[in-house]
Each structure stands twice: as structure tokens, then as C-alpha cells.
Design a protein around this ligand. Structure first.
Ligand SMILES: Nc1ncnc2c1ncn2[C@@H]1O[C@H](COP(=O)(O)OP(=O)(O)OP(=O)(O)O)[C@@H](O)[C@H]1O
Length: 500
């Protein structure tokens, strides 16, 4: 192997009560793609944050291009050539896409004035160079960027002159299969240009498709360093969890006659004349490309976004839902896709966050005893294997995947009549994923109606009793379970066979 560009040697890092990394060593050569995998809480993000200069390491050294950057600040890490493409980048809503790309590094004209034209042109050139032409307008305001566009902005921001190592943190979690393919082409291009790539993901198929080597972390230690060409999913999972997992999940149909949700002629800024219903015990899957309007539909039903026409009935009764509290009063639960920003109070504890939706139900005369709260919620937290030193831990201190499990546990424990799940296993590890599938299945068996938005085809096909596909704010005809295939869902998602 040629001399590594990135050389991590014997790195250790502890937080109060948690040894997040212990004796971690890792090298990445020029033009090499190293995947970093591990269960939720294994230490992947902590390692990335040390490389990006956001965290200080306790022990060991980090070298980039031969120069030691063990205690670098974020600015020094960037100057040394390390760039992180984050999973949920922070976009400044009030400034243009191009300005978001250059935040903190604005090109200047004489007299120190910011050169907006130069920024726009530089971003346009980068978009062309990396195959993103036409997908984002450099002038587009930050607030109007979709998750996929936000990701492109983050990538373009990372690929500045002088970059040597790019780390992608769960890059595909909000991308469609076409977008994943485009990202892979980009990674191949970066590889050919001699960059070193770190690719953090829970999606092992993608890891196997794009990486040269797989480094496995477990409880903060490197447990495996495998050549991709000579390994497989089962072997990686063994290194991750120390046991084999069953991938295939099948469920029996549990649909009951009672209609829980009935949506008629629903229109909004994003939707035209939608109609569908979900029965008790039924899981209705929503397929479609990112940006098709599925998350927006969830938010219209949950009262977060306004409806311009149509009716929503719950258990036969028309409900005028104008806010999330109206929706909760109508017995609707919603676990959003962007859980960190929308679902959690980061400074509150695990148990408080997980109990938020059960307050009303568990309270007697407005008082909720801790014992009842713990009795109801703690088993769900344990079933999802949330890795936390205690139920009292601040949620903001958990790993990303574990934070997601806390939001899910809230709704799984609350047990509303209608549960809307938007990408429920995004960024969740393989073991927890199977557990989440079992919990969703159990809730359906108990009679909950479930609206499942998922871009992961195997998940959509395995869990849904029926599937509808959204394209441009419209719904496809209902696909019955026996007819549901990946090909059919994809062809509707691309707009084939949809009403004009
Ligand atoms: N700021 C912090 N304070 C306290 N503990 C922390 C902090 N950041 C991380 N941890 C803990 O360190 C451990 C490693 O977390 P890390 O975020 O690196 O995991 P991860 O592998 O990225 O997981 P995920 O797949 O869930 O994102 C976890 O136990 C986590 O709770």
C-alpha cells in the first residue's frame, strides 16, 4: 500500500461514563475507499468528529498527508485537507445555496466586499464537474433546498481545493436509488483523482458495492479490517454484533374491517386530490422518490402543514386537523424523518423524551407518576436496545442512531390509533432494524393503522399490506401485497402508469 494519506494511530476518547473509542488505528491510502461500520453507539461519529477537529482525542495521533493534526481545531482540520460530509448538515435558510457552500470562506473582492458572482460561478463549476448540473440552482435560497439538494450543497462545500480526505457520514439515508448511483459515480471520480474516502454507513450492500476495505467498530474498538472483495454481509455483521442475524422478515396480514383513516380529495401546496384509507391492523406503505411529497403528506395529515381542500376522517369522524395538537387529540402519532431536529428535546433525558406522547394517557387527573411512566416506556427502550448509560442520560449525548430509537420508542409506547412512520429505520443498525420491524408488526397485530413511508425497497415490500406510490403529488393505484414488486413500485415512482 502506498503511504497513507490518513493515518489514525491508537486513538482513545472517553466521555463521562462512556469509553467511546479505545486504541483505534486506521489508515486510508490515496484513492482508497474505506467503509466504517458498526452498531449504533459503536463510536463512528466520535471518530469522525475527532478527525474534523470537533472533539479532542484523549490518546493517540492523527496524521493527514504526513502532518500531525491530533489536536486540530475544525479550521485546522479543514486546512490540513479533511472534510466531512454530514448526514444532516446545517443550512442557513436565509442565504442562497452558493453562499451556504462558502460559509466562513467567502471569496472577497477589493475592499473586502463579498464576491457573490464568484461564489455562484464557483458553485456552478463544481456542480458541472461532479455531475450535479441542473440539480441545484446556486441562487436557490437555503430554506427551499430538499434533503437531497442539501446533501449536494454539503458535498460541493466539501470538495474545495486542497481536500485530501473526504468522510461521508450515512450519505445515502435520504437518497433514492438513482441518487445513490450518482453518489457512487462521484466517489469513483474522487477515487480516480486520488482522494482518500471514508464511508460511514449502516447499509451493508452499499458498503460492499463502493468500498475497497471495511473497518468494523464495536464498543469503541476495531474488531475487523476486511478487504471488501473477500468478505460478505454475514461476515461483517458477525464482526459488528458478534452473532449472525436473520435478514428476511415476513409478516402475516392482520387487517381488520374497521377503517381508521380515510382521506378524501385532499389537496395542499404539494398534493392534488388524494384519496386513500387505512384499516385497523393494516400497514399502508408509501413508496416514491425523495421529493415526491410523501413527508409533506405526513405533515399535512399531522397538522403541521396546511391543507387546502378535502377531508380527513378518523374512525368515521371528520376531524378538522390544523395543528399537531389537533392530530394528537385525534389519536394520531408521527415519527418524523428528521428526528433530531423535529422529534427530540436534546437537553431532556431519554425517559422524558420517550414518554412525551404517553403523558395524557398515563396521567391520572393530570398527574403522571414516574413509576407508571417507567413501566410503560422502559420496556420499549430496552426492546429497541437503546445504548444509554441510564434512562436519565440527556438525549443529546446519545449517538445518532440511538436518538432515533428514542423517538420511535415514544410512539411505539404511546400506541395511537394511527401511526405515521417516516423512514423509521433511517440510520438504525441492522440488529435494531429487525427489532423495529418486529415492533411495527406487533402494533399492527394489536390493531394500530400504520402509514409507512419508506425509501428502502425491501422494507417497504416486507412490511406493507398494500402500497401506494407517490409521484409529483399524486398517488398511484393501490398495489396489493400479492402484486407488489420492486419493478412495479419503481415504475410508478418514475411516473409510469400514473394519471396525468
Ligand atoms: N458528547 C457526548 N457526551 C457523552 N457521550 C457521548 C457523546 N458523544 C457520544 N457519546 C457516546 O459515545 C458512544 C459512541 O457514540 P457515537 O456517536 O460515536 O456512535 P456511532 O457509532 O456514531 O453511532 P450511530 O450509528 O448511532 O450514529 C455512545 O455510547 C455515545 O452515547
Amino acid at each position: 500500500m502506498s503511504a497513507p494519506i490518513l493515518d489514525v494511530a491508537h486513538v482513545g476518547k472517553s466521555f463521562p461514563g462512556v469509553r467511546a473509542l479505545a486504541d483505534v488505528s486506521l489508515q486510508v491510502a490515496p484513492g482508497e475507499v474505506v467503509a466504517l461500520v458498526g452498531e449504533n453507539g459503536a463510536g463512528k461519529s466520535t471518530l469522525l468528529k475527532i478527525l474534523s477537529g470537533d472533539y479532542r482525542l484523549d490518546e493517540g495521533t492523527v496524521r493527514i498527508g504526513g502532518a500531525e493534526v491530533s489536536h486540530a481545531s475544525p479550521l485546522e482540520a479543514r486546512r490540513a485537507g479533511f472534510r466531512l460530509v454530514r448526514q444532516e448538515p446545517e443550512i442557513v435558510p436565509d442565504i442562497a445555496a452558493a453562499e451556504n457552500v462558502f460559509v466562513g470562506e467567502y471569496p472577497r473582492r477589493s475592499l473586502g466586499r463579498v464576491d457573490h458572482g464568484a461564489m455562484r460561478d464557483a458553485m456552478a463549476a463544481q456542480l458541472r464537474r461532479y455531475g450535479f448540473k441542473g440539480l441545484v440552482d446556486p441562487e436557490q435560497p437555503g430554506r427551499s433546498l430538499s434533503p437531497a439538494q442539501t446533501h449536494i450543497v454539503e458535498i460541493v462545500a466539501a470538495l474545495k481545493p486542497g481536500v485530501k480526505v473526504v468522510a461521508f457520514d450515512e450519505p445515502t439515508s435520504s437518497l433514492t436509488s438513482d441518487e445513490v448511483e450518482r453518489l457512487f459515480q462521484l466517489i469513483r471520480q474522487l477515487k480516480a483523482e486520488g482522494l482518500s474516502i471514508i464511508y460511514v454507513s449502516h447499509r451493508l450492500k452499499e458498503v460492499l458495492a463502493i468500498s475497497d476495505r471495511v473497518v468494523v467498530l464495536k464498543d469503541g474498538r476495531v474488531t475487523g479490517n476486511l478487504m471488501t472483495a473477500r468478505t460478505n454481509e454475514d461476515e461483517i455483521v458477525r464482526y459488528m454484533v458478534g452473532r449472525e442475524l436473520v435478514h428476511d422478515f415476513k409478516r402475516e396480514e392482520t387487517t381488520r374491517p374497521e377503517v381508521v383513516l380515510e382521506v378524501c380529495h385532499l389537496s395542499s401546496r404539494w398534493h392534488r386530490d388524494l384519496g386513500f384509507s387505512i384499516r385497523a391492523g393494516e400497514i399502508l406503505g408509501f413508496g416514491g422518490l425523495v421529493g415526491a411529497g410523501r413527508t409533506e403528506l405526513a405533515k399535512v395529515i399531522f397538522g403541521e402543514y396546511p391543507r387546502s381542500g378535502g377531508t380527513i376522517r378518523l374512525l368515521g369522524r371528520e376531524r378538522d386537523i390544523r395543528s399537531p395538537s389537533d392530530a394528537i387529540a385525534a389519536d394520531i402519532g408521527f415519527a418524523p424523518e428528521n428526528r433530531k431536529a423535529e422529534g427530540l428535546i436534546l437537553v431532556r433525558s431519554v425517559i422524558e423524551n420517550a414518554s412525551m406522547a404517553v403523558y395524557r394517557r398515563l396521567s391520572r387527573w393530570g398527574v403522571l407518576s414516574d413509576r407508571r411512566m417507567v413501566e410503560k416506556v422502559a420496556p420499549v427502550i430496552r426492546a429497541l436496545d437503546v445504548k444509554t448509560p441510564s434512562m436519565e442520560q440527556e438525549v443529546g449525548k446519545l449517538s445518532g442512531g440511538n436518538q432515533q430509537k428514542v423517538v420511535l420508542s415514544r410512539w411505539l409506547a404511546a400506541g395511537p390509533r394511527l401511526l405515521i412512520l417516516d423512514e423509521p429505520t433511517r440510520a438504525v443498525d441492522v440488529g435494531a432494524k429487525a427489532e423495529i420491524y418486529r415492533l411495527i408488526d406487533r402494533l399492527a397485530k394489536e390493531g394500530m393503522a400504520i402509514m409507512l413511508i419508506s425509501s428502502e425497497m425491501p422494507e417497504l415490500l416486507a412490511l406493507s399490506d398494500r402500497i401506494v406510490v407517490m409521484n409529483g403529488g399524486r398517488l398511484s393505484p393501490v398495489i396489493e401485497k400479492k402484486d407488489a414488486t420492486e419493478e412495479l413500485v419503481v415504475s410508478y415512482a418514475l411516473g409510469k402508469g400514473m394519471a396525468a
